[in-house]
Design a protein around this ligand. Structure first.
Ligand SMILES: Cc1cc2nc3c(=O)[nH]c(=O)nc-3n(C[C@H](O)[C@H](O)[C@H](O)COP(=O)(O)OP(=O)(O)OC[C@H]3O[C@@H](n4cnc5c(N)ncnc54)[C@H](O)[C@@H]3O)c2cc1C
Ligand code: SF4
Length: 512
């Protein structure tokens, strides 16, 4: 029985469930570059180039391994521009007896796929994506009827299940589950600069870069210099470099931000994990091996493993647990249009401008910039939750809705009303001042609350708390901030709120 096996651009793993029983003599693997997926948000040119180049390489590797491959390029004259069209065309031309897929990462695409059996008139089998370490059924079982789904408890279960950083007596290595308290050091002078490794440009990558420049040059973001790995071998080399050079510093400076240092000691492997060039378990095991060999400290290794075994699996579980309703949530009714400075227009706020510059140049900024700079500003200013999500989905090389939405809506914007976070990650300019060297380069002063030079994050922070007092005052983790707000007294409160209104007015005028 001949089978058509569709492989999506984020399914570039030899261990993919839908390839498991492929018959090289009779089956065909279908890969397609479709305009609909490349443009449903204006993806960063580096993201499109990364995915097309990685998919072309992976398809070529499958062909070299003896598979029959049907690869539809974006520029092919017959390309219909959509998954629906390309799958239908392949079925008409190849007459397979059935179609096998691995479940996609996005609810929207899954809905499409569920309609294919009826549309195509052949059996369609959708297999679970086994590259994740927690199946959706496992997550549902863990979630059960818990009132709160806290990542930390999920993470501990996962540590036990996979035996990562666990001792033979069942206790966590070092006696603690979590070393986060050691991982919040601000940057200091003289920290070593460790550049990201470079990869040789392959002919496939060059071809794709030229295609993306011609077809998507108008999207926000620089295409070159392009530094992403586009093959598994290159991605593995990058992982090795990270484990040897940056992992030892990763924990301590995980939350630190430095001008001109988009990656600092972060791994920059999310795009590879999410597309399948690297697998989560091998990455966690490589980090643990570095600890066991004495090459990296426990706080760094535990912190890194927690991001992958904990956060990454947890946000995927949250997404599928609550979709499709999740995408409609907007707890604070935030509807303010996204300011142009998110797309590179001028702003005097150095922290925001720098995070956007990193994003423009690398299709990347690290977690704290996403959460505490661009995310925090969006939360405080009440920016429209859908516009903010569309921005995060477009501008990062690692962005797919299953991971972007819970992080943006749930974590950064508290738009789900606390399903993920126990309180909003709202912070004044003091946090950014402590954790970065941004403020010393800024036109604003992080110490000032009111006045021409006052850092916008300060008044906006208190104004946010005042605006949403009805929703936040009852939160168990908020009483002390409201106690401080009350101590300000009516005069100061009024001045702060008037200052916040001025910031918002200037933002709308493009002058913030
Ligand atoms: C508003 C917002 C939007 C985000 N959107 C995305 C997104 O679209 N895609 C994405 O992969 N990550 C997203 N993240 C999570 C995180 O910021 C990135 O995974 C991380 O910055 C990627 O850089 P890195 O590979 O250097 O990560 P490191 O800091 O080196 O961490 C190692 C790995 O852990 C995983 N990880 C870390 N934090 C998270 C997290 N919160 N959720 C899921 N996985 C995590 C990633 O796979 C990452 O590669 C978002 C975070 C925020 C606050
Ligand atoms: S002063 Fe405020 S706006 Fe300027 S960099 Fe610091 S936190 Fe950002």
């Amino acid at each position: 029985m001949s089978t058509l096996r569709l492989v999506l651009a984020d399914q570039l793993s030899a261990s993919l469930a839908s390839l498991a029983d492929a018959d090289k003599a009779r089956d065909t693997l279908l890969f397609c570059e479709v305009m609909e997926e490349a443009t449903y948000v204006p993806h960063h040119p580096q993201k499109i180039a990364f995915l097309f180049a990685a998919m072309r390489h992976f398809a070529a590797e499958c062909e070299a391994a003896g598979f029959r491959v049907r690869y539809v390029r974006l520029e092919d004259a017959a390309n219909t521009g959509s998954f629906d069209g390309e799958v239908a065309r392949a079925v008409t031309e190849l007459q397979p007896a059935r179609l096998i897929l691995t479940e996609p990462g996005e609810y929207r695409v899954l809905q499409k796929m569920k309609g294919w059996e009826a549309q195509l008139g052949i059996p369609v089998e959708i297999r679970a994506d086994e590259r994740f370490l927690s199946s959706l059924a496992d997550f549902r079982r863990w979630a059960g009827d818990k009132r709160q789904l806290r990542m930390e408890f999920f993470y501990r279960e996962m540590r036990k299940r996979y035996g990562l950083l666990m001792e033979p007596d069942g206790q966590p290595t070092g006696g603690q589950w979590n070393y986060d308290k050691e991982n919040r050091q601000p940057p200091k002078a003289g920290l070593p600069q460790i550049p990201r490794p470079r990869h040789a440009e392959t002919p496939i990558l060059r071809e794709v870069l030229d295609l993306v420049a011609a077809r998507f040059g108008g999207h926000f973001g620089r295409l070159e210099p392009f530094a992403y790995a586009v093959t598994r071998a290159q991605a593995l080399a990058e992982l090795e470099h990270f484990i040897a050079q940056r992992l030892p510093h990763f924990g301590t400076y995980q939350d630190a931000m430095l001008a001109g240092e988009p990656h600092l000691y972060h791994s920059v492997i999310s795009a590879y994990l999410n597309a399948g060039l690297l697998l989560p378990l091998e990455v966690c095991q490589a980090a643990e091996a570095a600890y066991r060999a004495g090459a990296a400290p426990l706080n760094a290794v535990e912190g890194f493993i927690r991001q992958i075994l904990g956060w990454r699996e947890y946000v995927r579980g949250i997404y599928w647990q609550f979709m499709p309703g999740y995408g409609e949530l907007n707890y604070f009714d935030a509807t303010e249009p996204l300011p142009d400075f998110y797309w590179g227009a001028k702003t005097q706020m150095f922290c925001v401008a720098e995070a956007v510059r990193h994003t423009r140049d690398h299709a990347y900024s690290h977690h704290i910039q996403r959460l505490m700079v661009t995310g925090n500003f969006a939360l405080l200013a009440g920016l429209d939750v859908k516009e903010v999500q569309a921005w995060y989905l477009a501008v990062y090389a690692d962005a797919y809705e299953w991971v972007e939405m819970p992080n943006t809506l749930g974590m950064a914007l508290f738009g789900d009303g606390g399903r993920m976070a126990s309180k909003p990650y709202a912070a004044s300019g003091k946090y950014i001042h402590r954790m970065s060297n941004f403020c010393e380069r800024c036109a604003y002063d992080p110490e000032q609350m009111t006045g021409e030079k006052a850092c916008p994050f300060n008044a906006l922070y208190w104004d946010f708390l005042a605006r949403h007092e009805d929703k936040l005052r009852g939160n168990q983790r908020m009483p002390y901030v409201y106690a401080t707000w009350e101590r300000f007294g009516p005069h100061k409160q009024e001045a702060i709120r008037a200052q916040a209104a001025r910031h918002l007015a200037r933002m709308r005028e493009g002058e913030l």
